[in-house]
Write a protein that binds this ligand. Structure first.
Ligand code: FAD
Length: 302
């Protein structure tokens, strides 16, 4: 990117330079991103995207980076973040309109305070509203698909509400995974009235279950693999004897073996090699192809 373009970008939004992706992801892995941009309005977002398109500069929107395995390579495009300025939400009766950069955990806590139920499942998911819609995040047999009414999308230079029924929401999947150039700007979510104490009791119970079953004290991306039909990924990983298996700084968690942890400054390569090793061993033993749930970003050499 030339200085002229950088200057134009700086007129539209705050731009930070040379920021490690390892600081923008929960896994704490990733090379240096040349530019990180924080638009503060829909107009600024539109102007930034139009400029990048015109200049043919690659870009990537990220939320809390809680589902990303970034390579160790530098990223010479532009990272766009909404979690600084697009993080308001507004309760309107039994609906909440939430901007994409809002923390889904903060939203679930505020919904509970407003005596509104439906987001309890999300109270331990460390992502943004945008990332949760993109992934159709879920837990305990509930997911965003159950509560989403509409999504405010920036696409083809326009901002528009689209109904959830058009978002192709399925297990950890949505239409947004097919259209990487669409940006989720906000979401309308419906909730149900319930006693605040009861909602918090359920959330506390879920938190206790997570603390007991998941290694939350070390950097991870949550579940590494999608559950195949009729079996949990962790059972297959356990079945190949990989609980505690290490490759460099990347280790299969002893506590929950569908989590791979960055315990000791793992490189992205350590991590991905362990993922590939698991996939191969599971395929050999069970004939099942485990699919990654987390997303690989900025991998040129694979
Ligand atoms: C400890 C831990 C526990 C977890 N538990 C769960 C769980 O129980 N259930 C679950 O489903 N997930 C879980 N996750 C995974 C992760 O938190 C979710 O997938 C979350 O929804 C990702 O949100 P994010 O904002 O971090 O997205 P990111 O990781 O930043 O991005 C993920 C993808 O979404 C896209 N994206 C993000 N924001 C937007 C936007 N505004 N517009 C368009 N695209 C966008 C990105 O481009 C990227 O492709 C867990 C992760 C951790 C670390």
């Amino acid at each position: 990117m030339n200085d002229d373009l950088l200057m134009k970008l700086k007129r539209l939004a705050v731009v930070e330079t040379d920021q490690p992706l390892s600081k923008m992801t929960t896994l704490r892995i990733g090379g240096v991103a040349k530019y990180v941009v924080f638009p503060d309005s829909g107009i600024a977002l539109d102007a930034v995207i139009s400029l990048l398109k015109k200049e043919n500069v690659p870009w990537k929107i990220i939320g809390k980076g809680s589902d990303l395995l970034c390579s160790d390579d530098p990223y010479n495009g532009v990272i766009i973040r909404l979690d600084r300025h697009f993080r308001n939400y507004y309760f309107t009766g039994q609906q909440v309109i939430a901007e994409a950069g809002a923390s889904i955990i903060a939203l679930s806590v505020d919904a509970a305070k407003n005596a509104l139920s439906g987001l309890e499942f999300a109270s331990g998911i460390p992502g943004t509203v945008g990332g949760a819609v993109f992934m159709n995040a879920g837990a305990y047999k509930a997911s965003m698909a159950d509560i989403l009414d509409e999504v405010f999308v920036y696409r083809d230079g326009r901002l528009e509400w689209i109904p959830a029924s058009d978002c192709e929401l399925a297990y950890r999947s949505s239409i947004f995974q097919k259209h990487r150039e669409w940006i989720i700007v906000a979401a309308k979510i419906h909730l149900k009235p319930k006693d605040t104490k009861e909602i918090f009791a359920l959330m506390d119970d879920r938190r206790a279950r997570r603390m007991k079953s998941q290694p939350l004290d070390q950097p991870s991306c949550g579940s590494v693999f999608r559950n195949p039909e009729n079996i949990n990924a962790w059972q297959l990983i356990d079945g190949i004897g990989y609980r505690g298996k290490r490759n460099g700084g990347a280790v299969v968690s002893e506590k929950h073996c569908n989590f791979i942890l960055n315990t000791d400054n793992a490189t992205a390569r350590d991590y991905l090699d362990l993922v590939r090793d698991i996939q191969q061993k599971v395929k050999e033993k069970y004939g099942i192809e485990l699919q990654m749930e987390m997303e690989r970003f900025n991998w040129q050499n694979e």
